[in-house]
Write a protein of this length. Structure first.
Length: 302
């Protein structure tokens, strides 16, 4: 469920818009990007108050001309301007925003959380960006945003026919473009030969963590767009241990959490953590921790 007022149904309610369509994607936990299409054909003239402030940006593609656009930021009016279909407007959601809604509107909003911008920078080994550079309240001719926005509109009108991979591709492309064009993001280092890129390491760990019972190495390698042998070597060089040992470390970490909880039997802990049975848990736990899981839990209770 959306907790931000900057996308989805909450944005629609704030703008008093009846027609809304939206999709939410995540680059990683809390790294939210979202697409929201809003349209209002017969608005009652009113000044729309600011949405809840947060460290994020909205990148808005204008889909219908809006002449004499009136906009205020932090209580100060910006120059009245004509927004043309195809223009892009950027909004810093840490600011107080108000606009006069007195004409029909049709926008496609791309929401970029700060965590999403950080994730994008991390993926290309670039320093995380600060503020975006743009002129508040004005339209920008940005062919890239226009092209990407136009390509995703059919997915909003027919979400049942849209693939998640395509939507993720578009939102990520928008985020990278914004970070580079308006945030000055530039990669400053190259990945050392034979190592995983940050996105590959993150993706591999996500897949392994979600499949503690085991997942074919070839499947993980395929998700990282590498051959199995290349992935195996690169993971060991990047993480400092082979993938199967990292999997065992994740199992043990989860087992400790469940042992601390104290509500599960050793047999249930074993199954929940990807071990074949209790004896398997005991053998691996004792080898890696130096004490049996039962004894480890008893020490906690003392």
């Amino acid at each position: 469920m959306a907790t931000s007022e900057a996308y989805g149904d909450r944005l629609a309610r704030r703008l008093r818009v009846e027609n809304v369509a939206g999709i939410i994607t995540r680059l990683r936990k809390n790294a939210i990007m979202a697409i929201t299409e809003i349209r209002r054909d017969n608005p009652s003239p009113a000044i729309v108050s600011s949405i809840q402030q947060e460290d994020a940006y909205n990148v808005s593609l204008v889909l219908r001309d809006k002449p004499a656009h009136q906009y205020w930021e932090d209580g100060r009016p910006t120059p009245v301007c004509d927004l043309r279909a195809g223009d892009t407007c950027l909004y810093d959601l840490r600011r107080d925003h108000r606009c006069l809604l007195d004409k029909p509107v049709h926008y496609l909003h791309f929401y970029l959380s700060r965590e999403a911008l950080n994730a994008i920078a991390d993926d290309v080994s670039a320093p995380r960006i600060g503020d975006l550079n743009f002129k508040p309240g004005s339209g920008i001719e940005d062919a890239t945003i226009f092209g990407l926005g136009s390509s995703v509109l059919p997915a909003l009108s027919r979400p049942d026919q849209a693939t998640g991979l395509f939507v993720d591709h578009v939102t990520l492309a928008v985020g990278i473009h914004v970070a580079q064009t308006y945030g000055g993001m530039r990669p400053v280092s190259r990945i050392a030969p034979g190592r995983l890129a940050p996105w590959q390491e993150r993706r591999a760990k996500e897949i392994i963590s979600a499949n503690l019972g085991g997942v074919p190495l070839a499947d993980v390698a395929r998700e990282c767009r590498l051959s199995t042998s290349h992935f195996q070597r690169a993971f060991r060089r990047t993480v400092g241990m082979p993938a199967h040992k990292w999997l065992l470390s994740r199992r043990i970490k989860l087992a400790k959490e469940k042992l601390r909880d104290g509500r599960s039997s050793l047999s249930d802990v074993a199954l929940a953590c990807g071990f074949s049975d209790q004896s398997h848990l005991t053998r691996i736990f004792t080898r890696l921790v130096g004490i049996s899981p039962g004894a480890w839990r008893r020490v906690l209770d003392e």
